[in-house]
Design a protein around this ligand. Structure first.
Ligand SMILES: [Zn+2]
Length: 69
């Protein structure tokens, strides 16, 4: 499910929400002030994909060393 980022113009609160594609045109109410003028931030998807720096699997040590006797 894609992660969407929203911003509430009433209180300035920013929050993220996971929505199904079928629900992606819905605008959730602000969890802080319950305002319904929430605006979707569209640039989220690209930033979300690029923010994975530092996440590296450095060689899994799953290989059993001499487990068989
Ligand atoms: Zn708000």
């Amino acid at each position: 499910m894609p992660l969407y980022e929203y911003r509430c113009p009433d209180c300035g609160h920013e929050f993220e929400m996971m929505l199904r594609f079928s629900e992606s045109n819905k605008i959730p109410a602000c969890p802080r002030c319950e305002g319904i003028r929430t605006q979707k931030k569209l640039s989220t998807v690209a930033t979300f994909a690029n923010s994975g720096s530092g996440y590296q699997s450095t060689g899994s040590s799953c290989a059993s060393s001499g487990g068989f006797s």
